[in-house]
Design a protein around this ligand. Structure first.
Ligand code: PLP
Length: 360
């Protein structure tokens, strides 16, 4: 959400500057005393936290003379590049290939922006030639002027979070604490985010620890992924697949510096989707599944022996990153199931009663 009252030059200027919103209903239903604040990334122009790194990686490559408009083909990064005159190819793991009628929203949005999308089998190991990474590398070898900006290794990925995500959070908390006594610590006391490439947690951690050396950085990793430490955390559910998208890997991305993380929390799909539903129903935030993972992880941590002290301290500020919105997942079975109530609500019954005699 950009500053209001200004005409922006283009959609890239509407990347980031997302709101930090109190999750007060969840806070009170969980009996938590500290402030629970959601960084709502679907309000960025492309609808995802990935807008920030796509923008920074492209701009850095331009500065280094690695990209020339009209000529270069950018392989892999998400939206935001088309405005700049590059052809874009996205290689995307086909997570839900089992569902025949699955409408692929991510693919449709990317195509709408003018990108070519190549689907790759989700089962492929990251280092196999069939994986999204393997296919991207092959295309780069074959297509002239093709470049992979490589979010897994590109230091501009964590840097985007160090220079935008975390400073926005700090600014919002510091500014608002001068006018609201509820944000009384005036600092970010804990930060919780899902880990995929690890750019969000590592980059944000660097800025947040400078702001408050005691800020606790909690990373959320789905069961079945291997990112968490200690390694023993990854044993439960090892080899299992998970449906939630955007977080967890079967390899360690170079941009994830595990030393930047204080604590890891493992989550499962069921808890993640239940938490996403609560964010929608109770807070009116139309988030995607991994936002549910982040919230589920946050609540798990706040109930743990480590997080409990913060949870019971009024005026402390705990920030949860909500990385994208439901737009990308509207046809996923987990979401469709969620929208079908087992039992009609009293209001639904009343409506049915009123409309009964009507023949349509
Ligand atoms: C949709 C989505 N993309 C990416 C990420 C992770 O970001 P990063 O790659 O910075 O770890 C998340 C984290 O929750 C996510 O939900």
């Amino acid at each position: 959400m950009p500053a209001t009252g200004h005409v922006l030059d283009n959609a890239l200027d509407a990347v980031g500057n997302t709101p930090l919103i109190r999750l007060d209903k969840i806070r009170s239903r969980e009996g938590i005393q500290c402030n629970l604040l959601g960084k709502v990334e679907y309000m960025s122009a492309g609808g995802s936290i990935k807008d920030r790194i796509a923008k920074r990686m492209v701009e850095a490559a331009e500065k280094d003379g690695k990209l020339s408009p009209g000529k270069s083909v950018v392989i892999e990064p998400t939206s935001g590049n088309t405005d700049k005159g590059y052809s874009v190819i996205i290689t995307l793991p086909n997570k839900m290939s089992l569902y025949l009628y699955y409408v692929q929203e991510k693919e449709a949005s990317l195509r709408a922006l003018g990108a070519e999308v190549v689907r790759t089998p989700a089962e492929a190991a990251w280092d196999s030639p069939e994986s999204h990474i393997g296919v991207a590398r092959r295309l780069q070898r074959e297509i002239p002027y093709a470049i992979i900006l490589d979010q897994y290794e590109n230091t501009n990925n964590p840097l985007a979070h160090e220079l935008t995500t975390a400073p926005e959070i700090i600014e919002a908390v510091v500014n608002s604490s001068s006018t609201s006594s509820r944000l009384s610590s005036g600092r970010v006391d804990a930060f919780i985010a899902g880990a995929g490439t690890g750019g969000t947690v590592s980059g944000s951690s660097r800025a947040l620890k400078k702001h408050n050396p005691d800020c606790v950085i909690v990373a959320v990793d789905p069961k079945g992924s291997i990112l968490a430490v200690p390694e023993s955390l990854n044993v439960d559910g090892s080899g299992e697949s998970y449906i939630v998208e955007g977080i967890g890997y079967d390899f360690l991305p170079a941009v994830l510096n595990r030393a930047d993380v204080d604590t890891w929390i493992k989550t499962n799909d069921l808890d993640a989707f239940a938490a996403a539903r609560i964010l929608m129903r109770e807070e009116g935030l139309l988030v995607g599944g991994s936002s549910g993972s982040a919230l589920a992880g946050a609540l798990q941590w706040l109930k743990s022996s480590e997080g409990e002290k913060l949870a019971s301290s009024g005026g402390k500020n705990v920030v949860v990153v909500l990385p994208d919105g439901i737009r990308n997942y509207m046809s996923k079975p987990w979401f469709l199931q969620m929208t079908m109530e087992a039992e009609p609500s009293p209001l639904a019954k009343q409506i049915a009663c009123i409309l009964k005699p009507t023949v349509y």
